[in-house]
Design a protein. Sequence first.
Length: 130
Amino acid sequence: MKVYDTPEIAPPFSNYSHAAEAGGDQRWLHISGQVGVTSNGELLEGFKAQAAQAWRNIEAVLDSAGMSLEDIVKVTMLLTRRSDLAASRTIRDAALRGGRPASTLFVVAGLADERWLIEIEAVAAASSER
């Protein structure tokens, strides 16, 4: 993956890139929105726990496809509270381990379940040889 940050526009507001490009013969994986629910259906309490679980869910989906977090080229995060913005960035940065995919963040009035505080979707690309 190649990232682009042009000096002709304002720099990214946190640890992401303006654009991410996957080249060559790639497999593309579009990951549906993940929330803070464990594999046994338990919704975790609090924003930090839900955000960390959503990232674990994304990592599990990637693993099932033979991919890793390093293959993510685009992340979209939806938060229900603006006050969770700083924590969401910290948790995202830790989950991505230095990766800088393209990123969009929305603060929304609510998600499908009113108890959900975050939802994350991602797009990954990896060599078709994997």
